[in-house]
Design a binder for this molecule. Structure first.
Ligand SMILES: Cc1cc2nc3c(=O)[nH]c(=O)nc-3n(C[C@H](O)[C@H](O)[C@H](O)COP(=O)(O)OP(=O)(O)OC[C@H]3O[C@@H](n4cnc5c(N)ncnc54)[C@H](O)[C@@H]3O)c2cc1C
Length: 427
């Protein structure tokens, strides 16, 4: 059995550690942060235990259900009928089902039929090899036409990907259509899920099982270097101390790899360094009043600089409080990424008042701003050709992050699936 180090105690790293321990390996997890969970970690939000970044579960997230079952948490999933809305140039519209599409006043009937067909066929499609060669905006325009692209998509892409908006793979966006499009109770009713108590409950259970199986989790112990000798992993340095290992699974953002593993060949390090990512400044407000009856509200309004908001309490309830996430995605070079928490909190609340003019300053109970530099991988067409494989040519070294299950988008489920695969490769 091997001595294995896992770098990163996000859900992928913890799941990998859990499977490694079950297979009989000796496992240590190294995490830079003070707490486990990574993007799925919680914080105390004015008395509520809440994710820094919203998390919902879809019916297609099978690896999550399998992991929950293994951990004895089958009963933890909760499902609710949810809905989507569209705030288009100052007006609210229903969205996300065929009737809402037909009633949407800003598109002609032909565009609506084409859009509906794209969404429907996306839920049926399995093969993504052709889509991997196409750009998302071109694919959507071919299917839905120029007008639908302008009305429904252009702003959403620009406000999420900025200068990268024209270079996103069609395969990547297709998996998003499919994941959401198949999370339904019926044609007319979307249904999303969440873990009772939040994603932290899964994180804590993994931490607990890792402990029970004899694994160690070192918090506040950033790994500065992974060591390689003669084409094989020999160990790592964390918090200034060198530790010997036979295998390492790194789950940190791929952009960290060139610095963390300087012994990798230059061409490989160049490949990791060239990958693009989008940051997020995620504001969450606790409010006395609801902003919208929808879980997800798409926003296309010249006065508002985000492509959508998530009224999370329309999925997971928090008594009388309303929890609204306001994710500002942007490249970290954007000036707004460095704007102060208070000014971004004020701005986002002003936007909420545009979305619901009945909101007043008295309705804002608490606000928290979280920032993440590597929040969303940018996956252009033929993405897999631009990134080294998860199982590297170095003996014992596997490297993955949220882009490694492309074309699937970042998500707990795909991370859990890949973690299990990586653990099974360790001999
Ligand atoms: C705004 C937002 C919304 C999301 N919504 C959803 C959703 O609705 N549903 C869903 O399924 N998923 C969602 N996700 C994605 C989901 O959170 C991620 O896919 C998942 O949490 C990633 O887990 P991970 O372990 O791969 O990475 P991470 O959680 O990023 O874990 C990597 C860990 O490595 C640590 N680390 C970094 N450098 C070092 C170092 N040098 N040494 C040691 N440790 C280090 C980090 O601190 C971190 O804890 C969302 C993400 C964001 C940002």
């Amino acid at each position: 059995m091997s001595r294995v180090a896992v770098v990163g105690a996000g859900t992928m790293g913890l799941t990998a550690a859990y499977h490694l321990l079950k297979a009989g390996h000796q496992v240590e997890v190294f995490e830079a942060d003070q707490i486990a969970g990574g993007m799925a970690a919680h914080f105390d939000f004015d008395g509520i235990s809440l994710e820094r970044y919203y998390h919902f579960v879809c019916k297609a997230d099978r690896p999550t259900f399998e992991l929950l079952a293994e951990l004895g948490m089958e009963g933890a999933m909760r499902w609710r009928p949810t809905s989507m809305g569209y705030f288009y140039q100052g007006e609210h519209h229903a969205w996300g089902d065929p009737l809402a599409l037909l009633r949407f006043p800003h598109l002609d009937l032909i565009s609506k039929i084409r859009y509906g067909l794209l969404m429907f066929l996306s839920t049926k499609r399995r093969d993504w090899s052709g889509l991997d060669k196409l750009r998302a905006h071109q694919w959507i325009k071919v299917w839905c036409g120029e007008r639908a692209w302008k009305v429904l998509w252009e702003k959403l892409f620009t406000l999420k990907f900025f200068e990268f908006a024209d270079d996103i793979s069609a395969a990547w966006i297709w998996t998003r259509f499919k994941r959401i499009g198949t999370s339904r109770r019926s044609l007319m009713q979307e249904e999303l899920g969440y873990i009772e108590g939040g994603t932290e409950v899964l994180v804590q259970r993994l931490v607990e099982r890792i402990g029970e199986l004899g694994g160690k989790i070192h918090l506040a112990m950033p790994v500065s270097e992974v060591h390689i000798d003669n084409g094989a992993v020999t160990g790592l340095t964390a918090a200034g101390l060198r530790h010997a290992f036979d295998a390492v699974i790194a789950t940190v953002p791929l952009q960290f790899i060139p610095r963390m593993i300087p012994a990798l060949p230059q061409d490989m390090r160049d490949q990791y360094a060239a990958l693009k990512n989008i940051g997020v400044v995620c504001v969450v407000h606790k409010l006395k009043k609801s902003v919208t009856r929808h879980f997800w509200l798409n926003v296309n309004d010249d006065r508002i600089e985000v492509p959508g908001i998530v009224e999370f309490s329309n999925l997971r309830r928090f008594g009388d409080d309303h929890i609204v996430y306001f994710p500002y995605y942007m490249p970290t070079t954007h000036p707004k990424f460095s704007q102060s928490d208070e000014s971004i909190a004020q701005e986002s609340f002003a936007y909420l008042k545009l979305l619901n003019p009945a909101l007043s300053d008295d309705d804002r109970l608490a606000t928290r701003v979280s920032r993440l530099r590597y929040a969303q991988p940018v996956c252009p067409p033929r993405y897999p050709e631009s990134v080294p494989p998860v199982a590297t040519h170095i003996k014992g070294l596997q490297i993955a992050d949220t882009s490694s299950y492309y074309p699937e988008d970042r998500g707990i489920a795909e991370g859990a699936r890949l973690a299990k695969e990586m653990a099974a490769r360790v001999r």
